[in-house]
Write a protein that binds this ligand. Structure first.
Ligand code: BGC
Length: 733
């Protein structure tokens, strides 16, 4: 039986420059068929057409993996698209394989050129079979896409002559063993948004507002003016004067240019995406702009929505929506940091801190399992997990604490949320190597304090504007994470029956060393909110009252959070843990800078990378690093689910088989409700203040096959499946 590996990688035999090639094969059928299947992959991104119809719905196929070792192929049932004479056409662009990023050494790890590999399998009614693989008998033509790149956008000329055929050549040196069946979720067009208004900016720019910062592209009707060129630029935000602002995209052009041939054409980019809320139109006459002719298409991985949260406070509700949009904007086959500037990389730290929220809101197991395979594949010989995955950066030094820990923490949340032990089995060796790497990089065993490369409490506010790494001692973070990741690793190892005694001994030693070094001496180099949060949340301190007091004092003294990527995800959880949910709510409700709601009051529709992305006076933080669609601080979402609404899954009976309800209502919210779709069915928790606000009505739904423990006002109740409603004179947290 033939497989895609029997086909050849092919590319155009003559240089097309930047023009996207279209590979072509004509196939005549002279017998009745039962089934036709197209297998397809590419070095780069491909788009396949059979008899002028798009094959499948996968945008940016074959997906993004560690291409040097793993390249996905897709399988499409095309039976219903087959005719007597069939024209198969497949366009291939550079994709993320080579993308104009400054880190160009990435090129060398696959092959320099983009290429196609495909095969059409035809099963005839009579029982025989044909396989038509890509090889030198295929032809190729220039497409009208004169240039296309992920970061820069696309240039299309509808007047361009695409009729001429060119020969193709085979690339025998590309290793076909890297081909694997698709593991991840397909990136698809998931929603369409209408344009809401046309603005003329103070500078006189014609700008359309879609009302939502998003990731995707615009589908638009090209005005029928032969030879005229139309340009659309993309931006996330307008500056304080109301002008179009693109400086934060850095070198990414994020622009589409289309030349009309005078015919009616609807255009959308094929191989590029942008992070944007606004588009600027150039080349259009004012009377050629009809808002109905512009639609924003939202693209992301086709995950099932599973988590919902609603409450009676508009700004918190908007914050929640922004968190969800942060995931939509950055779960494009790989969990990326941002979708707009010349970066868009699978930063491990960002994914790690957001994994819990993300896995509640959408069903992420397929998505993350694929990425975790790549992460393990990219892992260095010495056990270091790379800072980004797929590893485009190829830095000498990898393995930053809290970034590299993604291998453990993401695996943990996938298991706890969906209960599939396979993810633990798949990642066990990689997790173990990472723990051993930390163990090996300490001044003494039990400390992870000798590795020169740590990002620290990224973008925290305690070290001033310019110092991205924050004030918290990076070696303290290192050792804290050694303990934390190892503790999760031990729990997971036991689930699959591994002997974890070596790691238990290492864990005990790490906690001991941490205490000696950072607790008993009573000093760390810098006492910060994050250092106290880690000590408390990771159970590292034997003097929790002392750490708790210091944390509370610091917050009360300044009135706000100062934490960055490392401390923020645990800040509110920690306050709840030490019995100060009142203070957690205070931080959540705070509207002034710095806070979660400050961006919301500035009109944010996504999560910002920095607390001060836009300053109080409307000016922006440095354009060198200022994304308005970065999900890391959206990790507060899991506090909304687990503490405000109060739904969690017990690790020991994962996938919400044993539900933990621990809602901590707050009058200012009025009501809160969360629904989580689990394998067993819907889990619901809701509460609402009634009457004059002294009573709170609680309601819980537990699906068949699950049971629950409810913690309310210091009492504990056990429930089997069903729906329960109780009215309490709620004492409060
Ligand atoms: C990314 C971050 C990432 C960081 C590493 C930035 O450029 O956007 O989100 O985690 O680098 O420190």
């Amino acid at each position: 039986m033939s497989t895609i590996k029997d086909a050849k990688f092919i590319k155009e035999a003559v240089d097309f420059g930047t023009i996207v090639p279209v590979f072509k094969k004509v196939i005549w059928l002279d017998k009745k068929i039962n089934k036709a299947t197209l297998f397809c992959s590419a070095l780069g991104y491909y788009e396949a057409y059979l008899n002028s119809q798009r094959v499948g719905k996968f945008i940016f196929a074959p997906g993004w993996t560690t291409y040097g070792k793993r390249l996905q192929y897709q399988e499409y049932d095309v039976t219903s698209m087959m005719e007597e004479c069939n024209v198969l056409e497949i366009a291939v662009s550079n994709g993320m394989r080579f993308h104009g990023n400054p880190h160009e050494n990435y090129e060398s790890i696959t092959c320099k050129e983009s290429a196609l590999i495909a095969g059409l399998k035809i099963e005839y009614a009579e029982g025989t079979e044909d396989f038509i693989p890509t090889d030198s008998t295929w032809e190729c033509a220039k497409s009208n896409i004169l240039d296309s790149s992920v970061y820069n956008g696309e240039a299309v000329d509808f007047t361009f002559n695409t009729d001429e055929s060119f020969p193709v050549k085979e690339l025998p040196d590309v290793n076909k063993e890297i081909l694997i069946a698709t593991e991840g979720e397909e990136v698809r067009e998931m929603a369409t948004l209408s344009a809401i208004k046309l603005i003329t900016t103070p500078k006189g720019e014609m700008v359309i507002d879609f009302g939502q910062n998003l990731t995707g592209y615009v589908e638009w009707v090209v005005p029928q003016r032969k030879g005229a060129e139309f340009t659309i630029s993309h931006a996330e935000i307008l500056d304080k004067d109301g002008n179009f602002y693109t400086t934060n995209l850095r070198s990414a052009k994020a622009q589409v240019k289309v030349i009309s041939d005078g015919n009616e054409r609807v255009y959308k980019p094929h191989f590029s995406f942008m992070g944007f809320r606004y588009i600027k139109l150039e080349g259009f006459n004012r009377d050629e702009i009809n808002l109905d002719n512009f639609k924003a298409i939202v693209v992301f991985s086709n995950m099932k929505r599973t988590g919902y949260f609603a409450c009676g406070h508009d700004l918190i509700q908007q914050l929640y929506e922004n968190i969800v949009w942060g995931q939509r904007g950055n779960f494009l086959d790989v969990p990326t940091d941002c979708p707009q500037r010349d970066e868009r990389l699978g930063w491990t730290g960002d994914a790690q801190v957001f994994a819990r929220t993300a896995s509640t809101t959408y069903r992420t197991d397929k998505f993350f399992k694929k990425w975790l395979h790549d992460l393990a594949c990219d892992q260095r010989e010495n056990g270091a997990i790379t800072d980004v995955c797929p590893d485009l950066l190829r830095w000498e030094s990898h393995g930053s604490s809290a970034w590299a820990d993604a291998i453990v923490v993401v695996t943990y949340w996938v298991y706890r949320t969906y209960g599939d032990t396979q993810v633990i089995k798949d990642q066990f060796e990689a997790m173990k190597k990472w723990i051993l790497f930390m163990e090996a990089n300490g001044s003494e065993r039990g400390l992870f304090d000798k590795h020169p490369h740590h990002f620290g409490d990224w973008l925290s506010l305690d070290a001033g504007d310019e110092a991205t790494g924050g004030l918290t001692d990076k070696n303290l973070i290192g050792t804290a994470y050694l303990a934390y990741s190892n503790s999760l690793f031990i729990e997971m190892g036991k689930v699959i029956g591994e002997d974890m005694s070596y790691f238990e001994e290492l864990y005990a030693l790490t906690v001991k060393k941490y205490r000696e070094k950072y607790i008993d001496t009573g000093k760390t180099e810098h006492e910060t909110q994050t250092s106290n949060v880690l000590a408390l949340y990771f159970n590292l301190t034997d003097k929790p009252e002392r750490e708790a007091e210091k944390l509370v004092k610091d917050i009360e003294a300044c009135g706000h959070l100062k934490t960055g990527f490392v401390g923020t995800p645990y800040l509110l959880h920690t306050l709840t843990k030490i019995g100060r949910t009142d203070l957690a709510y205070k931080l959540l409700f705070r509207k002034e800078f710095p806070s979660w709601l400050f961006p919301v009051t500035k009109g944010a529709t996504t999560m910002w990378e920095r607390w001060d992305g836009m300053k109080k006076d409307g000016t922006f933080a440095t354009p060198e690093m200022n994304s308005f669609n970065h999900y890391a601080y959206g990790s507060v979402g899991d506090w909304l689910y687990t503490t405000v609404a109060g739904i969690d899954s017990d690790f020991n009976e994962p996938a919400y088989k044993h539900i933990i309800f621990r809602p901590l209502p707050c009058k200012e919210l009025g009501y809160a409700k969360s629904r989580i779709l689990t394998e067993n069915g819907e889990v619901i928790s809701s509460w609402e203040y009634t009457g004059n606000g002294d009573e709170c009505k609680f309601s819980f739904t537990i699906p068949n096959g699950s049971h629950a423990t409810l913690y309310l006002d210091d009492e504990e109740y056990e429930f089997e499946s069903g729906t329960y409603t109780t009215v309490f004179e709620y004492k409060g947290y």
